[in-house]
Design a protein around this ligand. Structure first.
Ligand SMILES: [Cu+2]
Length: 119
């Protein structure tokens, strides 16, 4: 019985490691943009890394393909900005006069994770 419990625990750990590895794959820093489309699907924002110029505006189109409630809101940490996303639709959000910094954007539970680099 104990062996079974330990096996189950090990498998769970492997699953968690696999999940985090998949969802936190690092991509090279992209070049600065004023507009981008982000696909919201399978627990991952694609692209998960956006770069913009400080003092300028950035328009983001979030295309939500994931119907799970987890994906319904995107929150920009440190920028006081959040938006609800409708399943199967594209929601446009514009950030103005961006202050320099690195900001995370996530869903409420922080399963979806993205990074906005402003420099
Ligand atoms: Cu979530």
């Amino acid at each position: 019985m104990n062996i079974l419990v330990n096996l189950a625990g090990l498998m769970l750990m492997a699953l968690v490691v696999w999940w985090f590895w998949l969802s936190r794959r690092k991509t090279a820093a992209p070049s600065a943009t004023h507009e981008a489309t982000i696909i919201v699907e399978d627990g991952v924002y694609t692209p998960a890394s956006i770069r913009a110029n400080a003092g300028e505006s950035l328009t983001l189109h979030f295309e939500r393909r994931d119907p799970s409630p987890c994906a319904e809101q995107v929150i920009f940490q440190g920028l006081d900005t959040s938006e609800f996303l409708e399943t199967g639709k594209t929601t446009t959000l514009t950030l103005n006069n961006l202050p320099a910094g690195t900001y995370r954007f996530t869903c409420q539970m922080q399963m979806y994770q993205g990074t906005l680099i402003v420099d």
